[in-house]
Design a protein around this ligand. Structure first.
Ligand code: GAL
Ligand code: MG
Length: 995
């Protein structure tokens, strides 16, 4: 039995939040030779339950042979063979009701050794466990030194008594499931282990234990003020008179902004009634500083020194601060007095190889990719992140909604009122605030996620409101059931719904306009990015930017949580729920990110970058009207260029002369001369804003904003000159057959969880309806009436299809044709929307133009429809080796098309990218109509205007083969390929036009 806690069994008791744990602090870790990292390879042993861990596992010598090696930080289910990752969304991974635990409850004992240097003698020694999932106990040299809960916050223990100079033996016992797991029921992998770093620190016997530095900005005067509270611990000694804390403020270049100032440390503990703690307090105002914002992340440093009565500095620390004010003024959320757009995303700590353990480099890579998509705000769904994350957000400039590690989703109307869970509720929120309060990036505190709304929330809200008056509260379930206008006011200052429809938020904005609602609406989750998704993102923002009270939201979510799995044949794949043998599970609902687990952007990220663009350009009154949507920075860092397309052909380009536009300002700019003069039926002007210099997130020339303006809207776009077209032989292309099926997207229905969709109202039922109608198996001509006339000539064939969609078949995936083509035609040039994949409700980022791409791999973890391009007037499939081209030219309106290596049936049949089988031929689809993608996996389905109603559809095109001209390169010039262009959020505008 484990010493001390073996009998107590605290893991089974929700009221026991910790034993011997020190209070949370904002003071950063000690530096230099006062700190010893224990990260690295540790010995590890797994037991079936905490009750079965023998005392000798944490004491004395390690029994030979029984230990394996693991990395710390790390999650053991992705490191050892005898336990597995387990994915569930709402349901718990085991059946027992709270607070009961399953009898099989894997418990890991971690052991390592470390040397305490002799110069640490006489110091206080602290052991810091960065994050242990779910609960942990620490033994040093066989002595129990403490127990802690909350998998996503650090725990610190005083180990001075147990430690000794020289070699020390450390054991950390981590229990996989605890009574607290019921509050850690976030949608994600259940992992376990020491997923954040472990270290030892030496602190002087009388030292600074905490440093709170609140930097405020008066938006009117522009002056800063600073409130510092430095907490001193006298340890075993009696508090003596004469200690002082000296505080100074300096800019990042080290230049002093406010010279040192001293404050006494109150010592008179016996001065009953008057004594208010050993806390030195200091206030400075009238500071001439530069404000912090996500656009201008200027930081300062507060240095604090503890000076003893003899005048010697006995301890010192420093924290970074940013001067800024966040407040809610009526229906507006303000930063430094200005209303900012929340271009947000939800982010989990996830890595495909290490699970919950992420490094500062991983986090920086996430943030750089986000900034390339113009994201400026992050909700730390659904728990406090690694401390390094907040340092990065301070420095790089992101607004953060910091969320407490509270989600009781499976029991959300139960535990929020359960007194046994009250203490842990409070601890989780209060410790988060205590840790993160100095960070300027944190602009709201979130009480957690999906935990109902009960007295435990109000207790936590009350604590935070008093402890930190400088930030508003955020909690979604407080408004979910009691209404957006008045619901949950005690627990949330913002109306932060998840997955509302566009009409719902518009209606709320109208109430704001009518004075009937007074809180800002910022969606805590929207535009669920599962698979081929993010339909109508731009439609959301049309309403957000034109309706009072609406300020943006956080897309769900940043990254797929695929975990790398080695298959028996030695290959690897990214796996989702159930693929490790975990049960019960929620399959691929864990893969719903804008980027893959390896941070490969999905095509929808181009739309995110466009919708979140910081500069917009409109065509107004015969000129350009440019608006800077930033609120604190000008546009001087960006250069604008223009490109003119006349009747579908690139005609001229140049740079646009625009003055530096003030934050929030707009300017009118005359049209470039060529554009103003041009006489053509269709004139399209594209304005692109690029960074002038290299930055932390992108090289110089990165496109941050683009708009295409139709100066004249006639629709003509002739293809390349006709040069010797011939009829298409059968081996080049089969005859097109009608096609109404697409490999269902995750938003059409969760194909791997059809039973769940049927039983629990999860996801969209569209797929069930389609399958019931036999769309995936029956030939299309049995579903819709199809007639075709073909007129063949020596130079090709003209196809004219007519489809009648009967009422009962309405809302089809698509209406069009499918044909297979010789796979050597693997490059595509077209005039239409591009260059990246786009769909009718996700194509505003896709400009009309002549684009080029290569046949693309399937971009989604679970294979599904992909690769469509809308608004196309002609398309050439090119064999670059031989130089011949298969040309498809519209004889009527525009069409949508895709050309991939996969038949829709093969995409639909495959459960994972690793199961996907290529077709022998290139599979080409041409559509007269294609359904939008919506976000039906979790949120509104496709809007009516992007669905396929009953009635007549026509598709007419010429198909011809253009052979290579002997001795002359037949194919158009080979522009930079765009197949990867959608990646990187917005780089798609660069050099993709085919001249
Ligand atoms: C929300 C929840 C998220 C995630 C999402 C669906 O209800 O807050 O954690 O489960 O739905 O992917
Ligand atoms: Mg949940």
């Amino acid at each position: 039995m484990l010493p001390i806690i073996g009998a107590l069994r605290p893991w089974a008791d929700p009221t026991m939040t910790s034993l011997l744990r020190l209070p949370m602090r904002a003071r950063p870790a000690a530096e230099g030779d006062r700190r010893l990292s224990l990260d690295g390879t540790w010995s590890f042993r797994l037991f079936p339950s905490p009750d079965q861990v023998p005392a000798d596992a944490v004491r004395g010598e390690r029994a030979p042979g029984q230990w394996q090696s693991v990395d710390v930080p790390g999650s053991w289910p992705v490191q050892v063979a005898d336990d597995i990752p387990h994915y569930t969304n709402i349901q718990m991974p085991f059946a027992e009701p709270p607070p009961r635990l399953p009898s099989r409850n894997p418990t890991g004992v971690y052991r390592t050794g470390f040397d305490v240097p002799s110069h640490w003698e006489g110091q206080r020694l602290l052991l810091h466990v960065g994050g242990a999932d779910s609960v942990h106990a620490v033994y040093l040299n066989g002595v129990f030194v403490g127990y802690g809960t909350d998998a996503r916050l650090g725990s610190e223990y005083d180990v001075t008594e147990a430690a000794r100079v020289g070699r020390n033996q450390l054991a950390v016992v981590v229990v996989r499931y605890s009574a607290h797991s019921f509050l850690e029921d976030q949608d994600g992998w259940w992992l376990a282990g020491l997923h954040r770093g472990v270290r030892v620190e030496a602190r002087p016997p009388v030292g600074l234990v905490d440093l709170d530095a609140r930097a405020d900005l008066d938006p009117r005067s522009g002056e800063g003020s600073l409130d510092v509270r430095a907490t001193v611990d006298f340890g075993e000694s009696t508090a003596a008179e004469g200690y002082r804390v000296r505080v100074s403020l300096s800019g990042r270049d080290g230049a002093g902004v406010a010279g040192p100032q001293d404050a006494p440390v109150p010592h008179a503990v016996n001065n009953t009634y008057e004594f208010s703690g050993h806390i030195a307090r200091l206030h400075r105002d009238g500071l001439r500083i530069l404000p912090w914002s996500a656009e201008t992340p200027t930081l300062y440093e507060v240095a604090a020194e503890l000076i003893d009565p003899a005048g010697d500095v006995v301890d010192a620390t420093r924290v970074r601060v940013g001067f800024r004010r966040v407040e809610i003024d009526g229906p507006d959320f303000l930063v430094n007095g200005r209303r900012v757009w929340i271009f947000g995303v939800n982010r989990h700590d996830h890595h495909p190889d290490t699970g919950a353990a992420v490094t500062a480099e991983d986090m920086r890579a996430d943030l750089a990719a986000m900034r390339r998509m113009n994201i400026n705000a992050i909700r730390t769904s659904h728990y406090p992140n690694d401390p390094a994350f907040y340092d990065l957000c301070d420095e790089l400039g992101f607004y953060v909604v910091d969320e407490a590690n509270i989600e009781s989703h499976a029991f959300n109307w139960y535990l929020c009122g359960d007194p046994r869970y009250r203490a842990t509720w409070l601890e989780r929120g209060a410790r988060m605030v205590a840790r993160d309060r100095n960070h300027p990036c944190v602009v709201q505190w979130s009480l957690g996620n999906e935990s109902g709304y009960g007295v435990n929330h109000d207790a936590l809200a009350g604590w935070i409101r008093r402890a930190d008056r400088s930030r508003p509260l955020h909690y979604e379930d407080a408004i979910r059931n009691s209404g957006w206008t008045d619901g949950g006011r005690h627990a949330t200052d913002v109306v932060c719904p998840m997955y509302p429809g566009i009409e719902e938020i518009r209606a709320y904005g109208e109430q704001v306009a009518a004075g009937a609602a007074d809180r800002p609406l910022i969606m805590c989750e929207y535009s669920h990015a599962m698979g081929n998704s993010n339909g109508s993102l731009a439609d959301y923002w049309d309403v957000i930017t034109s309706t009072p009270g609406l300020q943006g939201g956080f897309i769900w979510e940043w990254k797929d949580h695929g975990l790398r799995q080695r298959l028996p044949d030695g290959t690897t794949r990214l796996a989702y729920g159930g693929q490790f043998g975990d049960a019960p599970h929620d399959a691929n609902f864990v893969a719903d990110g804008l980027v893959s687990a390896d941070v490969e952007p999905h095509p929808g990220t181009a739309e995110v970058a466009w919708v979140y663009r910081p500069v917009t350009t409109e065509y107004v009154d015969g000129g350009l009207y440019v608006t800077n949507r930033r609120r604190f920075a000008g546009t001087g860092d960006l250069a604008a260029g223009w490109e003119l397309l006349l009747d579908g052909a690139p005609s001229a380009s140049g740079t646009l002369d625009v003055p530096d536009i003030a934050p929030g300002g707009s300017v009118a700019v005359p049209l470039p001369a060529d554009a103003a003069r041009a006489g053509a039926a269709q004139a399209l002007l594209t304005i692109t804003w690029r960074t002038r210099t290299e930055s932390w997130f992108a090289p110089a020339g990165h496109p941050v904003a683009w708009d295409q303006l139709a100066l004249r809207d006639g629709r003509t776009a002739p293809g390349p000159p006709v040069n010797g077209a011939v009829a298409v032989p059968g081996e080049t292309a089969d005859d097109p057959v009608p096609n109404v099926w697409r490999a269902a997207t995750d938003n059409d229905g969760l194909k791997l969880m059809e039973h769940i969709v049927r039983v629990r109202e999860m996801g969209s039922r569209t797929l069930i309806r389609w399958r019931d109608a036999g769309l995936d198996t029956r030939p299309a001509h049995e579903i819709v009436d199809h007639t075709v006339s073909v007129s063949r000539s020596e130079s090709g064939a003209d196809y004219r299809h007519r489809f009648e969609v009967p009422d009962e078949a309405a809302d089809l995936p698509r209406v069009g044709v499918l044909f297979r083509v010789d796979p050597r035609f693997d490059r595509f040039v077209w005039f239409g929307r591009g260059p990246h994949e786009n769909y009718p409700d996700r194509n505003r980022s896709a400009m009309l133009g002549r684009w080029s791409s290569h046949v693309e791999p399937s971009p989604y973890l679970v294979p599904q429809e992909f690769g469509l391009r809308t608004g196309t007037l002609w398309l050439e499939l090119i064999d670059d080796d031989r130089g011949d081209r298969l040309r498809l030219t519209s004889l009527g309106g525009d069409f949508c098309w895709s050309a991939t290596r996969y038949a829709p049936q093969a995409l639909f049949a495959a459960g994972n990218a690793s199961d996907l089988r290529e077709d022998g031929r290139l599979v080409v689809c041409l559509d007269a109509a294609h359904r939008g993608v919506g976000t039906g996996a979790c949120g509104p389905d496709v809007l009516p205007e992007y669905r396929i109603g009953p009635g007549r559809y026509e598709l007419a095109y010429r198909m011809e083969l253009v052979p290579a001209v002997q001795g002359v390169a037949g194919a158009p010039p080979h522009p930079q390929d765009s197949s990867r262009a959608a990646s990187g959020g917005g780089s798609q505008c660069k050099d993709r036009h085919v001249g």
